[in-house]
Design a binder for this molecule. Structure first.
Ligand code: NDP
Length: 288
């Protein structure tokens, strides 16, 4: 079998087309969806991510602001920035670019963001809402994975999904979203004995590890769907995922490439969450 490619770039573009008209409609009703990004320090990768997020906002006609702070910023000063944004009616989504410098407690910072503006979906309130099946801002990367599968019309009910990786931002929430979609979920991680035993049983494998070639053709049963969240560099400095793409493509039914796979979906879901936050703020205004 040769796998069909799930083209995240194309799917992201389609979703963004839809968002463009949502933004237009909100603007006609007096609301310009606004995203604020706080960037602390001068991490190169973070600067690129932030630039891409801002560019994406502008392309959709959204308002976006960037607050750049030095790596010496204190936790109290960062908290003050967040409190100001929590109260700013022109801002519907707040994102603090991670990682933060070591002297700042990330958990405390995430919890300071209003859950109604937590468009990253990292606040414990949103995680709790997601776990209990309530309306929530979903973490962008796992959310993007679900939209990709929906896009190819893949029916998850009753399927066995094996998630490799259990981070709070990707692996764990991905498993929860699959469970919410009535799949049967297995989590694997660095302490899992016999990874191949588990992944071989999967109808869907989600690799979110951060190590090249974690998933090879030996890990995959014929016809499985393979989603590669990983973002790594090969020996030539090229972007690659966690999956040995060439050999796994020979066995899988569908596969996401890296680049042009999950990556473009992540920013798109951030925009989607910001538009949703803006729409909710409008509903609250109407109720008041
Ligand atoms: P983390 O480092 O936080 O988590 C990695 C997970 O992989 C951990 O749960 C770890 O287990 C597990 N793991 C490590 N080694 C193995 C192994 N040999 N076998 C099985 N499991 C293993 O990473 P993130 O979740 O933040 O990110 C994962 C990857 O996804 C990275 O490459 C990252 O760059 C990428 N990423 C991509 C995004 C996108 O938009 N495409 C967005 C976010 C992340 P344990 O818990 O036991 O340590």
């Amino acid at each position: 079998m040769t796998a069909q490619i799930i083209n995240g770039k194309e799917i992201a573009e389609k979703v963004r087309e839809g968002l463009k008209s949502d933004v237009q409609e909100l603007r006609e009703n007096g609301i310009v969806p606004g995203l604020a990004v706080i960037l602390v320090g001068d991490n190169q990768a973070s600067q690129t991510y932030v630039r891409n997020k801002q560019k994406a906002c502008e392309e959709l006609g959204m308002h976006s602001i960037l607050i750049k702070r030095s790596a010496e910023l204190t936790e109290e000063e960062l908290m003050k920035d967040i409190q100001d944004l929590n109260l700013d009616d022109s801002i519907h989504g707040i994102l603090v670019q991670l990682p933060l410098p070591g002297h700042i407690n990330e958990k405390k910072i995430i919890e300071a963001i209003s859950p109604e503006k937590d468009v990253d979906g990292f606040h414990p309130i949103n995680i709790g809402r997601m776990m209990t099946g309530q309306d929530a801002f979903l973490p962008c990367t796992p959310y993007g994975v679900m939209v990709m599968l929906e896009h190819i019309g893949y029916e998850l009910e009753g399927r066995h999904v094996v998630i490799v990786g259990r981070s709070n931002i990707v692996g764990k929430p991905a498993g929860q979203l699959f469970l919410n979609a009535n799949a049967t979920v297995t989590y694997c991680h660095s302490k899992t004995n016999d990874l191949i035993y588990h992944t071989k049983q999967a109808d869907v494998i989600v690799a979110a590890v951060g190590k090249r070639n974690t998933i090879t053709s030996d890990h995959v049963k014929d016809g499985a769907v393979v989603i590669d969240v990983g973002m790594n560099r090969d020996e030539d400095g090229r972007l690659c995922g966690d999956v040995a793409f060439e050999e796994v493509s020979q066995k899988a039914s569908y596969i996401t490439p890296v680049p042009k796979g999950v990556g473009p979906m992540t920013i798109t879901m951030l925009l989607q969450n910001t538009v949703k936050a803006a729409r909710k703020s409008k509903e609250l205004q109407l109720k008041a």
